[in-house]
Design a protein around this ligand. Structure first.
Ligand SMILES: C[S@@+](CC[C@H](N)C(=O)[O-])C[C@H]1O[C@@H](n2cnc3c(N)ncnc32)[C@H](O)[C@@H]1O
Length: 165
């Protein structure tokens, strides 16, 4: 039988490649990796690529397998979903994959200027009525700009005509 949510949350808390900083804790728990993801966590200088709204992390893990010369960080607020990719990466012994559970609204707290090379937005909710919640809105783009390298890429994968437009 599969694990329930509480069991998944317990796993996540014990995983060395999972960082959990939702709104509720971010002001109280110091985050030490900003600007230090390369040196302290990945221990290489390979490009860092983010998947925002990664859900179960299929792209984070899949891209990590396809491109071992890049580092991937899947970001989402939903821990029970993220558990799937986090568990797969751990069991596969992947060293180029991490997960950050947080609200993307505060993403600039976790990455220093120029620290990230690429961003993937994979089937993000179109949020047709709430532009400020849409991960492609100016509100979010301003945040991505604060840490994306000059010439960095934002990849958009969507099945929504609205989002594409
Ligand atoms: C439609 S799902 C797509 C999941 C995955 N990328 C896929 O292709 O299956 C959107 C995901 O984005 C996450 N998400 C949306 N807005 C978010 C935000 N502001 N902060 C963190 N996660 C967010 C949701 O929790 C959800 O898992």
């Amino acid at each position: 039988m599969g694990k329930n949510k509480l069991e998944k949350f317990a796993d996540m808390a014990s995983y060395p490649h999972v960082f959990e900083y939702p709104y509720s804790v971010v002001d109280n728990v110091p985050f030490d990796l900003k600007g230090l993801w390369h040196d302290t966590f990945f221990k290489n200088d390979h490009p860092i690529v983010l998947e925002l709204g990664c859900g179960r992390g299929e792209y984070t893990v899949g891209l990590g397998k396809m491109f071992p010369e890049k580092n991937f960080i899947g970001i989402d607020i939903k821990g029970a979903r993220m558990w799937t990719g986090a568990t797969e990466a751990l069991q596969a012994g992947m060293t180029n994959v991490a997960f950050l559970r947080t609200n993307i609204e505060i993403i600039e707290r976790f990455f220093a200027p120029g620290e990230v090379s690429e961003i993937w937005l994979t089937f993000s909710d179109p949020q047709m009525k709430k532009a400020t919640k849409r991960l492609t809105s100016t509100y979010f783009m301003q945040r991505y700009r604060s840490f994306l390298q000059p010439g960095g890429l934002v990849h958009l994968k969507t099945d929504s005509n609205f989002m594409f437009t």
